[in-house]
Design a protein around this ligand. Structure first.
Ligand code: SF4
Length: 337
C-alpha cells in the first residue's frame, strides 16, 4: 500500500510515513518487522531503494497533491533515530501543507531511551515545531509504546513532561497485548494508572500482537482480548480507557468486539471493512467480503487443535517446530541471564 516509498495510505484520511528503517528497541513482536532492522536467517527485510532525501521529497509531493489526507503518523522504526534537524525539516514542511491537521510522532524511545527527548536541542526544536503547529491550528502529539508498568520510570515521566512543556498537544501510549507480560486485567490497569498518574501519558490503544513468526507465545485469542476489554472498563476515566484493537490483515484496526463472526473452535474470526484501499480499488466485492484473523493454535480447544493438526501443511508444521525451538532458546537465555 506504499504510495511513495515508505508512505502507506491504508485508511481514507490517514497515512503512515516510515522515515527510516531503524529503531533503538527492536521488539521481538515488531509490527513493522517486514522493514525494521536487518534481515535475519528467517526473515528477509524490505530495503528502501531510494536515497533518504528523495524518498522524503516524494512523500511530501504525494501529501501536497492529496488533499483527502489530514493525518500523518511520522514513524520508522523510531523517529528518535533520525537526526533532529532532518526530522524538524520534515515536520516543518508537513506543517506548510494546508490539509494536514494532525501529526503524530511514533517513538518508543520515550520509554526505552528517554534521555534522547531530554536533550536541549531536541527540546528546543520540538518547541519550534509545537509553536508553529499551534499558530496553524494543527495538533502534534507523541505516540509511544510501553507494555508494562515497570517501564514507566521517573526519567520517562521527566522526558514526557519536557515534551508536554514544549506545547505539543498530548503524549499517548499504544501498547501491545502480550501473554505473560500484560495480558491480565490487573497488569493492564496497573500500567494505565502508572501512565496516567505517574507520567501524564494517555493510555490509548492496546494492539493484539500481529501474526508474525516467533510471536505465538505472546499472542492471545480474540476471545481473551474481548474479556480483557470487558474487565478493564469502568476503572479509568472514559477518555483514558484504552481500546483493545486487532490489526486485521487487509482491513486495518478494528475494536475487538467489532468482528462479524467467530469460529471459536478453530479460532478464526471474520471481519468486514467499510472503505477501500488502493489494493482493492477495483474489487467490487471488497466491502461485502469478510477477512480472517487467526487465534494462536495453543489457545484452541482440543478439537480445534486437532483440526489444524490434520489440515496444516508440512511447511507450516516445520515453521511451528522452528518457532517452538526458538521460543525455548529465548526462554533458556532469559533464565540463564
Ligand atoms: S518500537 Fe515499534 S518499530 Fe521499534 S521494534 Fe518495537 S514495534 Fe518495531
Amino acid at each position: 500500500m506504499w504510495v511513495a516509498e515508505g508512505l502507506t495510505h491504508r485508511y481514507p484520511t490517514k497515512v503512515l510515513a516510515e522515515l527510516l528503517p531503524t529503531c533503538p528497541q527492536y521488539c521481538g513482536h515488531c509490527t513493522r518487522m517486514d522493514l525494521v532492522g536487518n534481515s535475519t536467517p528467517v526473515i528477509d527485510k524490505l530495503k528502501f531503494a531510494g536515497k533518504p532525501n528523495d524518498r522524503l521529497g516524494e512523500m511530501m509531493d504525494y501529501l501536497r497533491r492529496t488533499p483527502s489526507v489530514r493525518d500523518v503518523v511520522v514513524s520508522g522504526g523510531d523517529v528518535a533515530n533520525m537526526p533532529w534537524p532532518r526530522l524538524e525539516d520534515f515536520l516543518t514542511k508537513l506543517l506548510e501543507i494546508e490539509n494536514i491537521r494532525d501529526i503524530r510522532l511514533a517513538t518508543k524511545a520515550l520509554i526505552g531511551l528517554p534521555q534522547h527527548w531530554l536533550q536541549d536541542d531536541v527540546r528546543a526544536g520540538m518547541e519550534r515545531v509545537a509553536t508553529t503547529a499551534r499558530e496553524r491550528g494543527v495538533s502534534v502529539a507523541i505516540h509511544t509504546h510501553t507494555n508494562h508498568a515497570n517501564s514507566v520510570t521517573p526519567i520517562v515521566a521527566r522526558a514526557t513532561r519536557a515534551m508536554l512543556d514544549t506545547g505539543i498537544r498530548d503524549v499517548r501510549n499504544q501498547g501491545v497485548l502480550l501473554n505473560g507480560v500484560n495480558a491480565d486485567p490487573h497488569a493492564l490497569l496497573d500500567l494505565c494508572f502508572r501512565l496516567l498518574d505517574g507520567a501524564q501519558i494517555m493510555p490509548y490503544y492496546f494492539y493484539m500482537c500481529d501474526m508474525i513468526p516467533f510471536a505465538e507465545h505472546w499472542r492471545v485469542s480474540v476471545a481473551d482480548a474481548q474479556r480483557l476489554q470487558h474487565h478493564i472498563m469502568g476503572y479509568l476515566p472514559g477518555f483514558a480507557t484504552p481500546r483493545i484493537v486487532c490489526d486485521v490483515p487487509f482491513v486495518g484496526k478494528r475494536w475487538v468486539h467489532q468482528l462479524a463472526d467467530y469460529d471459536t473452535e478453530r479460532g478464526i474470526s471474520y471481519w468486514t471493512k467499510n472503505y477501500r484501499t488502493s489494493i482493492e480499488a477495483a474489487d467490487p466485492e471488497a466491502l461485502n467480503r469478510t477477512f480472517e484473523y487467526y487465534d494462536p493454535i495453543h489457545t484452541l480447544p482440543e478439537s480445534g487443535q486437532q483440526w489444524w493438526a490434520q489440515h496444516a501443511d508440512l511447511d507450516s508444521t516445520a515453521l511451528k517446530a522452528a518457532e517452538v525451538a526458538e521460543a525455548s532458546r529465548r526462554m533458556a537465555a532469559l533464565q540463564a541471564y
